[in-house]
Design a protein around this ligand. Structure first.
Ligand code: NDP
Length: 248
């Protein structure tokens, strides 16, 4: 499970690739041989990624896109179809925290933004990319969730609810596609030293946390054509898949 898979010739879309976990996932998938399609708003971060990938002999295509632009997501699907005719790997990693606040104090525009980016854009990405992933001989979808989807932590309601929604979409999609080569899994990276974690936990010493490089290295194997699991949650820091407990 933990060995670096051979991703030669595979086309991998990674959202939120301008920094943090997504940046490392894009870089490591490119190093494993994939052509990475890197999506985010911050052009500087994407360009830094491109420099790192190309200087290591890899290939990337940069897509500066705000994921609140739903028509833009659809256009991206069309562009991938035109250029490659398929997609092998989709990593829905981009996300925002919103605010840590009592549920009744969250501003409407903050709540709506968390849902738009974390949930609606992820659904839109699924809708646009599914036909391309189904064209692949071994399509792999990896959706970034969080431990708070299960722990119902005080003050994290918007983000936690958004990640519960992501996991549930992933499980429904996995059920719909279980008899196809497509494999769909959620991932809880666990606390990771990134800008988002610093926003959530400003008092925490970041040096106590694993960094995005280490965390991404454990997620990359989920893109392997050899992967068999679908509809599961991968707990990165435990290094194992977890089954959901289904009602009898
Ligand atoms: P960061 O805040 O470091 O990075 C988030 C990424 O998402 C950035 O590349 C950002 O790019 C992108 N993004 C945010 N909004 C948009 C948007 N509107 N359009 C396009 N891209 C967008 O987060 P992490 O690396 O920490 O998190 C990655 C994933 O892991 C998230 O889904 C997060 O919820 C999850 N996670 C993280 C944990 C942690 O401890 N770090 C723990 C549990 C889960 P840009 O701003 O350039 O657009």
């Amino acid at each position: 499970m933990m060995t670096v898979p051979d991703l030669s010739g595979r086309i991998a879309l990674v959202t939120g690739a301008s920094r943090g976990i997504g940046y490392q996932l894009a870089k490591q998938m490119a190093a494993a041989g994939a052509h990475v399609i890197a999506v985010a708003r911050t052009v500087g971060g994407l360009e830094e990624l491109d420099d790192e990938i190309t200087s290591a002999g890899g290939q990337a295509t940069l897509v500066p896109l705000d994921l609140t632009d739903m028509a833009g997501i659809d256009r991206l699907g069309g562009a991938i179809f035109e250029r490659w005719g398929k997609l092998d790997i989709m990593v829905a990693n981009a996300g925002i925290l919103g605010v840590i606040s009592p549920i009744g104090h969250i501003e409407a525009k903050t709540f709506e933004k968390v849902m738009t980016i974390n949930v609606t854009a992820t659904w839109r990405l699924i809708r646009s990319m599914e036909p391309l992933l189904r064209t692949s001989d071994a399509g792999r979808a990896i959706l970034l969730s969080s431990g708070v989807a299960h722990s119902a932590r005080a003050f994290w309601s918007a983000y936690a609810a958004s990640k519960s929604a992501v996991e549930t979409m992933a499980r429904c999609w996995a059920e719909e596609t279980k008899n196809t080569p497509l494999r769909v899994n959620s991932v809880n990276p666990g606390a990771t030293r990134t800008a988002m974690r610093a926003q959530a936990m400003p008092g925490e010493d970041p040096d106590t946390l694993p960094n995005a490089f280490e965390v991404a290295a454990k997620i990359v194997p989920l893109a392997s054509p050899a992967l068999t699991e679908t509809g599961k949650l991968f707990e990165v820091q435990e290094g194992r898949f977890k089954d959901y407990v289904l009602p009898a």
